[in-house]
Design a protein around this ligand. Sequence first.
Ligand SMILES: [Zn+2]
Length: 84
Amino acid sequence: MEEETLREKARAVIESGKLPSRTPDRTWGGPGVGALCTICDLPVRVTEMEFEIQFQRNGDNPGLDKYHVHIRCFAAWEFERHAV
Ligand SMILES: [Zn+2]
């Protein structure tokens, strides 16, 4: 997928609120587990590397929000969230 396309997708998930734009509370890197990437909607295959990013949620229903993203998609998201 083209870099420009990834950035457009990253911008879209930030604008829709599907993925927060703040710094994750935790970031784990490792091989994919077949989960869908939050940014490009394609699975991160076991032969690819992914980041699992986690955000602490407070308020009435505290917990941990977890998202799987490709390394390249993560980079595009990092770029976009600093650009806005
Ligand atoms: Zn992706």
